[in-house]
Structures are given as C-alpha cells and as structure tokens.
Design a protein around this ligand. Structure first.
Ligand code: SF4
Length: 700
C-alpha cells in the first residue's frame, strides 16, 4: 500500500473500531478513525489512535526464525525450512513416544479467525489431541458457559445500536470508561442527550465508569450472586417481573423464584457491603425501565464462581423480559479483538468449530466428516492453566504458543516459569522480542502483525470485519496462516491445500451452513465491498442480524430460555485471614494493553500511568503505616510483588488493586502482578479467579 487509504479494524479491544490507514514513504503508517464505521463513527480511544507507532516501530520485532539444538545451546538464526522441519520432527517424535496428548497449543484472542480455525483443525483433526486452548480462557469462558446454560448456545443477543435505545444500564464487574472506551463514549453521549437514562455500576472500586454513574454499588468482591438474587427478590415483590414472557418463553422459573424469595435482604446487604436503600434504588431503576441492558466483563468472568455469577445476572434479564427487543438484553464485553471469532471456530479445549460441543459424539462425527478425518478424540483437552500444570509435572512435553505472553498473563507466574523451563520443547510464534515468554523458546518463529496480513475478526456484538494487508512484515516474518500451512505440509497432513487465507475462510464459512451462526453466504468480496456484518448472515442478500431472539425462540431443545440455579450461592475463593487480610483484585489501566509488548513501547501511552502501583484504601494504609508513594510488598501464598502504594478512597476498605500489565524486572525483584495471583479456577469454565486472591501488604 503506497499513498492510498485502506479501511481496517483496531487490533486491541473487542469494541472493534474502524480505522483508516494511510501509508506513505515520508510518514510511514498514519491512522484516523473511520467516520462511516457503524461502531465508532470516527472516534478512537488513546490506544487505537496510537496504533501507528506500533506499526511503524519495528525495533523490537523478531525478524527471522531462531532455534537452539538443545537447552544448553544458544539460539541461532535458521531458515524457515530448518525451523519447521525441526518442529515437525520434534512434535512427531514426542507424539510417537508419549501419545498425542503430550503436546499442546496455546493461542490467543488476538489471532484472526482464519488462524484460529486452521490451528484448531490442525490440532483437533490431525494431531489427534484436544490440547488447544486460548487466552480467551482467561477472559470469556465463564460468559460462554453462562450463555449456553441460559440460551442454549454461546450467543450474544444484542448490538451496540441497542445502547442508544436503552434507558437503564447495569454495568457490573467492568470499567468500560477505560477498557472499552468508545463503547462507553456512545453510552455517555446517549445519556447526555437523554437525562432520564440511568446508569448503575457495581464495582469494589470507584472507577471512572462508577464516577459517571447515577448509582454506584461498591460491592465486596465475590458477593455478586447474592446481590443479584436480592435484586431479583425485590423485582418480583414489587411487581416488576414480566410474567407473560416468563410463562411463554422460559423454563425453571418456579425453582428460581423460590430460591430468590428466600434471600434475606438484610444478609445480602451485609455480605455485599451495600445499603438496602441502594439495592432498592437499583431495583426501581431496572423495574421501571423500558430498555434494560446489563454489561459485564472480567469482574464476573474471572471468578471461582464465574459461571454462576453469569447465569445469576442473565436471570435478571429473563425475569424482566428484557431479551430480544430493542435496547434490551445482556451484553458481555470481550476484552480482545477476536475473542468472539475464536469462540466461533471452537478455539477452546472443550469446544469444536461452529459452536459444536466436544462432549457430543454427533458433533464430533460431523466435524470429523467435514474435515475428512477418522475421528476427533473424545477426551477433553487441557485448558490454559491445566496445560501449564501438565508441562510442570512432565505429563505434557511440548507446547506451541501463538500470539500470547503467558509468563505475564497467566496466574501464578512462577509456576508458568517452572513449566516452561521443564518443557522439552517450546515453540513461540510471536511478533516481538519484548514478549517475556520468548526467552523460553527453543524455536522462535517470527509472525506478521496487525496490518501485515489479511483475515477477519468478530467483535463483541458478533460483527465480522475484514482486515486487509496494508504493509509488508519486516524481515522474514510470515502470517500465522502461512506458518501453520507450512508446518502442516512438513507433517504430511492432507486437508491443508489452501492457496491463501481467503480459501481458509471459505472453508470455515461453509462449515457454518444451517447452524445458528450461519455465515455460509459471506465471503471476502462481500466484506470488502459491503463492509461489516453481524452473524448470522444466512443468504446472499441478507444484511446481517443485529439482534438475536426477536422471535423469542431460544437455542435450547424447548426453545425456551432457562433460569439457572447457581451451584454455589456464595464465593468459593479462599477467604481473607490474619496472615492474608486483604482481597487483591487485578485489572487494566486506560492506556495499556495486556502485557504491554505493544502499548509499552509507545511513550505517549506510558505518560498516563508510567509505573505499576497498588491501590489501597486510606484506612487500610493507616493501619499498616503505609503512606502514598511508599514502596510496598504484596505477598500471597504464591509469591510477592513490589510496587508503589497509591492511597485512595476510590477502593473499598479491605480490597487492594494491582494493574495486570507489568512483567519486567525492577531492582532485582519482580513487579509482575501474577506472581501473587492464585490458581483457583471456576469448576465449569476453568477461568482463573483473578479477581480474588488473599494477600498481605507491608511497607518495604
Ligand atoms: Fe481500539 Fe477498543 Fe479503543 Fe476502539 S475502544 S480504538 S477497538 S482499543
């Protein structure tokens, strides 16, 4: 691309903003928001508007394959052929000796749909193991299970355009003002024009989102389920429930009703640390609304009871009949740009492509037939944290990591470090030498990044965008699709005779035919010429589907939505005690993305918050003789972190907060947040409990 404009999509969060890119010899890549894009209407947040720095700065890029012949040898430059011959030889020999489940792939919600599809086909169809999981396990897996249990399938029912049609928003366990800024800007603009719009925020921290709310319920971490039940009780008692919708379109209501009516408001108030009057106010706002939207993210998902939190929240939409109508419905906010696309192609260890289930023999048969393989193994694959546990114990011997930095992002980083050291063979397919995990690679494969390859992504509202290639990748870096195809060829696998990325997409689209997410009539031409589409797109003239369930027919066998009863009414994380008296919660800051391999090299973004910190309430700080700016040590059973204290009443007493991003060494100690996070996961979704680790805090 020289001196011409192309339209593409931001590579950061799941909002999926449209970007116009220009590239010329003098300025390199420059970008601006796409005014015609249905999502952002020209707006970009600080991360998006600085993406050109990332595209133009190739100083940290991995330029050619590197390999070491044994752990004691140094890394050396090799050709692509040598690199992939070795990968094929090592994977074949390990599988021959220890079986297919001795290898695994760990991929990313930043992979494009075609890459995600291809690697799943390669691993589940041809390597004959289901050991492929994704960092979306750390992000959306609780929401996926919640949707499946409630609606019968992993289906976000709503669109961003519903924001401008809603009058009450319940934002819970999310800080969209910082983490989904353009979506939040649309909400703010809607509220500015319509003063009757109400925003309720549930969060232990007084975030920028909470500051903008009409009502902030400053909840004690882990008590969400009882809060939603208390709200449901009052919704029923005050006559706000939609009886007709419940009777015609739901199952299991009576059990749910009995459960929530037995909830003590007084007990809920005490457990949640929220006055009854505030719960009542929230109930009135929801009960009187004509368009009620709930929005949530990691505060619900990253929990030992993440699935139950999700279904308990989804129950509120069913109870009030706010599903499948304008301005109404539940809306999970995805953190990564293509977490949704990954879910569509079965990018997790327990899923198959096109929303089929690994546990279902018919589904396995259908997928095996489509791919032309004998069978798909019935054994569930190892999930993200399980995979690293298996490497640590020696059960798994080799791992191939694509586009993610688990040494910083997974819980209990020391364990991940041990796992990577213990692995016989580690392949890291990556763009940047800044990725901490790259230092553990036996084989380092240079991948093309954003703008350097083509493919598609799906944002939080099921909107599929085509991303064209705009610039060449530096050095010998190749697209992930090309790397995977070359590896498949080295392994002599049939079924990978694709000439380009478009052919991969074509195959995937055909696989969706006659499913609830049918995009079999979608193709690159339509995406290039007509713009973005929300699935399903079930015929050639179809414009896409902004809103699901408008006919109130859900994807369950009875076509009714299901009120789920939580398996755990209360949080199951380890409770604070004398040794570890604080609850640590972790999260993002406004201008950084994940483990900072991209945003960390943009000096403009580093000015917002240049170093890691621990947010602590003034009362807790006073009791521990900690002053603002003091260096403190945060300790858990897993390890410790040393950062500056930020004493603020924006955080609830008894709770402390660390940003998730940093991973680099500081003064011989580590400031990596996940040194201290616990390894508890939700029993169904296997999503880690990042929002609840018990810790102590002491002045250094
Ligand atoms: Fe990119 Fe998300 Fe910001 Fe939009 S809101 S510009 S998608 S980071």
């Amino acid at each position: 691309m020289q001196n011409s404009e192309i339209k593409t999509t931001c590579s950061y969060c799941g909002v999926g903003c449209g970007i116009i890119v220009t590239n010329d010899a003098k300025n390199g890549v420059t970008i601006k928001g796409d005014k015609d894009h249905p999502v952002n209407r020209g707006m970009l947040c600080s991360k998006g508007m600085n993406l050109h720095y990332v595209a133009n700065d190739t100083s940290d890029r991995i330029l050619y394959p590197e390999m070491r012949w044994s752990k004691s040898h140094p890394m050396e430059r090799v050709s692509w052929d040598t690199a992939l011959d070795r990968a094929a030889a090592v994977f074949s020999s390990i599988i021959k000796k220890h079986g297919p489940d001795s290898v695994g792939f760990y991929v990313s919600g930043q992979c494009l749909t075609e890459e995600y599809y291809l690697v799943n086909k390669l691993v589940k169809g041809f390597l004959k193991t289901n050991n492929i999981d994704t960092n979306s396990r750390l992000c959306m897996s609780s929401a996926v299970v919640g949707y499946k249990k409630t609606f019968g399938e992993d289906s976000v029912p709503i669109a961003y355009d519903d924001i401008e049609l809603a009058d009450t928003f319940l934002i819970t366990g999310a800080n969209p003002a910082w983490c989904h800024p353009i979506l939040f800007r649309r909400l703010e603009q809607h509220k500015e024009k319509n003063p009757k719009v109400k925003v309720i925020v549930i969060d232990p921290r007084k975030t920028d989102t909470a500051v903008a709310a009409d009502l902030h319920l400053q909840i004690t971490p882990g008590t969400d389920i009882i809060l939603y039940h208390a709200m449901a009780k009052r919704i029923i008692e005050k006559g706000y429930s939609d009886i007709e919708f419940i009777k015609k379109h739901t199952e299991n209501y009576n059990l749910y009703k009995d459960l929530v009516l037995a909830t003590s408001l007084d007990k809920a108030s005490k457990m949640c640390g929220i006055p009854i009057s505030q719960i009542e106010l929230a109930v009135d706002m929801i009960g009187k609304s004509e368009g009620f939207m709930s929005l949530w993210a990691m505060g619900l998902n990253q929990s030992a009871v993440g699935v139950d939190k999700n279904t308990a929240l989804l129950n509120l939409s069913l109870l009030t009949g706010h599903v499948g109508k304008p301005g109404s419905g539940p809306f999970s906010l995805t953190g990564q740009p293509n977490a949704m696309g990954g879910r569509e192609v079965g990018g997790m260890a327990n899923l198959l492509a096109v929303h089929k289930d690994l546990a279902n023999p018919e589904h396995r048969r259908e997928v095996a037939d489509f791919w032309g393989v004998d069978e798909i193994s019935e054994k569930p694959g190892l999930t993200a944290t399980e995979m690293f546990g298996a490497l640590e114990s020696g059960k798994m011997k080799a791992i191939w990591i694509i586009c993610t930095n688990p040494l910083v992002s997974l819980p209990d980083s020391r364990r991940v470090e041990k796992a990577l050291k213990n692995a016989k063979f580690v392949v890291v397919q990556e763009i940047s030498h800044n990725a901490d995990t790259a230092k553990h690679a036996d084989l380092l494969l240079p991948a093309a990044g954003w703008l350097e390859k083509e493919g598609t992504m799906t944002n939080s509202e099921r909107r599929i965008s085509y991303l064209p290639k705009g610039i060449n990748a530096p050095g010998e870096a190749l697209s992930d699709v090309e790397i995977l195809l070359r590896f498949a060829k080295k392994m002599n696998f049939n079924g990978f005779n694709f000439n380009n990325t478009e052919e991969v997409y074509k195959e995937y689209c055909q696989m969706t035919r006659n499913t609830n997410m049918d995009i079999s009539y979608l193709n690159y031409n339509r995406l290039k010429n007509e713009g973005t589409f929300q699935w399903p797109v079930p015929d050639y003239g179809h414009p896409g589907t902004p809103r699901l369930f408008t006919d109130k027919k859900f994807y369950t066998p009875s076509q009714k939505a299901i009120f789920n009863i939580p398996t755990a009414l209360e949080n199951t994380s380890e409770e604070p005690n004398d040794q570890f008296p604080f609850i640590l919660t972790t999260g993002r800051i406004r201008d950084q993305w994940h483990t900072m391999t991209k945003t960390g090299k943009v000096s403009r973004l580093m000015t917002h918050i240049p170093s890691p910190f621990l947010e602590i309430n003034p009362i807790d700080a006073y009791k521990s003789s900690i002053k603002n700016g003091d260096i403190v040590v945060v300790t858990s059973t897993k390890g410790n972190v040393r950062v500056k204290a930020k004493v603020t009443d924006l955080i609830k007493e008894g709770v402390v907060f660390l940003p998730m991003h940093w991973g680099k060494q500081l003064d011989n100690d580590l400031n990596r947040t996940n040194n201290v996070t616990n390894t508890i996961v939700d029993p169904i979704s296997k999503e880690p409990d990042f929002k609840y680790t018990i810790v102590s805090v002491a002045k250094y």
